[in-house]
Design a protein around this ligand. Structure first.
Ligand code: HEC
Length: 152
């Protein structure tokens, strides 16, 4: 029971982060950070199941994948000119090398598209199927953060 409630609380974090997106609609910096924190929550859920720290269920696997897909489809829309300063970790390279940033976004989108296809209606059937679908999504974080995020 403990792992199940832990698992559910991670899913609720993702849902709360999703609500944050709606509330921050007029602030692109807050919005993109809310989208990325839903990505962080989904990575925690999926990664926890991959490491065996959380029990795997197809529904939880599907939720983690769906959150990643939603983020990949929306994240790139929240980098308008002028949203470079303030409370943000977005690197200036996003605006000086937009093509490079878009290429990282495209890799993220492609990995999530494949994961959704593998997920099907009920979610990946077992943890091995989930790992095969979700691993490549987790593989896209580092390159984009190294090039386009400054840790503050
Ligand atoms: C296409 C580029 C890109 C990809 C791919 C990407 N990120 Fe990010 N991420 C960013 C940027 C840029 C920021 C900083 C946003 C800001 O502060 O304005 C960020 C911020 C974050 C944050 C901090 C959010 C907050 O609350 O401020 C987390 C957590 C995060 N990313 C996790 C991940 C994980 C996990 C993955 C992989 C599954 C991932 N990211 C993939 C670009 C990316």
């Amino acid at each position: 029971m403990r792992t199940i409630s832990k698992c559910l609380s991670v899913v609720s974090i993702a849902i709360v982060a999703g609500l944050g997106v709606a509330q921050a609609a007029d602030d692109p910096i807050k919005t993109r950070q809310a989208v990325m924190s839903s990505v962080g929550a989904a990575a925690g859920l999926g990664g926890g199941m991959m490491k065996g720290e959380l029990d795997y269920t197809p529904a939880a696997g599907k939720a983690a994948i769906a959150t990643m897909r939603a983020a990949a489809m929306t994240f790139g829309s929240y980098f308008p000119d002028g949203s470079t300063s303030g409370n943000t970790e977005a690197a200036p390279a996003i605006w000086s090398d937009r093509a490079g940033f878009d290429a990282e976004l495209a890799k993220f989108a492609m990995a999530t598209e494949k994961a959704v296809a593998a997920s099907g209606k009920a979610g990946p059937a077992d943890i091995d199927a989930f790992k095969a679908a979700f691993g490549p999504v987790l593989g896209t974080c580092k390159a984009c953060h190294e090039g386009y995020r400054v840790k503050k």
